[in-house]
Design a protein around this ligand. Structure first.
Ligand SMILES: NC(=O)c1ccc[n+]([C@@H]2O[C@H](COP(=O)([O-])OP(=O)(O)OC[C@H]3O[C@@H](n4cnc5c(N)ncnc54)[C@H](OP(=O)(O)O)[C@@H]3O)[C@@H](O)[C@H]2O)c1
Length: 268
């Protein structure tokens, strides 16, 4: 299949969800540095306002826009208003996501639902607002922020790994269509990046990457094209290779890597 469209700041604006902190915030700054007008969406306006200030003096600019990705009607209206006020969205980074540890016991169905609502249905809500527009124009560049945690199930991540695996498979499947529609679809699979989300982790985080570096890699990936943007490459390769092992070996190696043993049964 052929590569289709590659966005540029002269073609239109970029839209980033989950822009108030972490990877979304870093990517907004990097895109503004590369000349884009970036519409930065999240629920916390004060954090979006400090982001706007942080970007002053860059080649492009950041425009804050409140939006909850779980509110399908709100996202539909938001995309309409972005395009009316700022023009065509040519680059769209669907990044908003949440993680909190979940276990088999006690089983927290609400926690699973909440994770899928933001991480999977949040992306679906945004797609249903933006894809018809890109399809009609026969151009656009879209990226989902999944995770290397979506390559296979990790301890305490039943909802998170499950939601990210769903995003990767959705992107793989949709790409067959988007290639024919003139739309470039990419999946971003970061390893561990220093953000407020990972600050809460109490387990080892091999190859932990600084936010600035991760944001640069993501924007380089947008410019370069190719389906998957993943980093650090060595970590991603190790996790991909693990998932090619027979399950008996997979569970043993992941348990060892993450320090998972029978003592975890009694821990939260
Ligand atoms: N950090 C990592 O190591 C890592 C690795 C792989 C993948 N990822 C993925 O990268 C993405 C960003 O993670 P991060 O580490 O940057 O986390 P973060 O700092 O916690 O940022 C999460 C962002 O998502 C937004 N968000 C959460 N719920 C939302 C909702 N319902 N509607 C709109 N926005 C919402 C938050 O903004 P508001 O609260 O203001 O709405 C915030 O801006 C996630 O999809 C995550 O799974 C992270």
């Amino acid at each position: 299949m052929t590569e289709t469209y590659r966005a540029s700041a002269s073609d239109g604006v970029a839209w980033v969800t989950g822009a108030s902190s972490g990877i979304g915030r870093g990517t907004c700054i990097e895109l503004a540095r590369r000349g884009y007008t970036v519409i930065a969406t999240a629920r916390r306006m004060p954090d979006l306002e400090t982001l706007v200030a942080e970007a002053s003096g860059l080649a492009g600019r950041i425009v804050p826009a409140i939006g909850d990705v779980t509110d399908s009607a709100g996202i539909l209206a938001l995309v309409e208003s972005i395009e009316q006020q700022h023009g065509e969205i040519v680059l769209c980074f669907l990044n908003a996501g949440i993680y909190f540890p979940l276990r088999a016991a006690p089983f927290d169905a609400d926690g699973f639902r909440k994770t899928f609502d933001v991480n999977v249905y949040g992306v679906i809500n945004c797609l249903s607002a933006i894809l018809p527009k890109m399809t009609a124009r026969k151009r656009g560049q879209l990226a989902f922020n999944a995770s290397v945690a979506g390559y296979g199930g990790l301890p305490r991540a039943g909802a998170y790994s499950g939601s990210k695996a769903a995003l990767i498979a959705m992107a793989e499947s949709l790409k067959f269509d988007t290639d024919l529609l003139g739309i470039t679809l990419q999946v971003v699979n970061p390893g561990f990046v220093e953000t407020p989300l990972t600050a809460l982790n109490d387990h080892p985080m091999p190859f932990l990457m600084k936010l600035d570096e991760a944001s640069r890699r993501i924007c380089d990936g947008f410019e370069k094209g190719g389906f998957e943007i993943t980093f650090p490459r060595r970590f991603a390769f190790i996790l991909k290779a693990l998932n090619m092992l027979p399950y008996s070996a997979y569970f043993a190696v992941v348990a060892k890597m993450t320090g998972w043993d029978s003592t975890n049964a009694s821990k939260p």
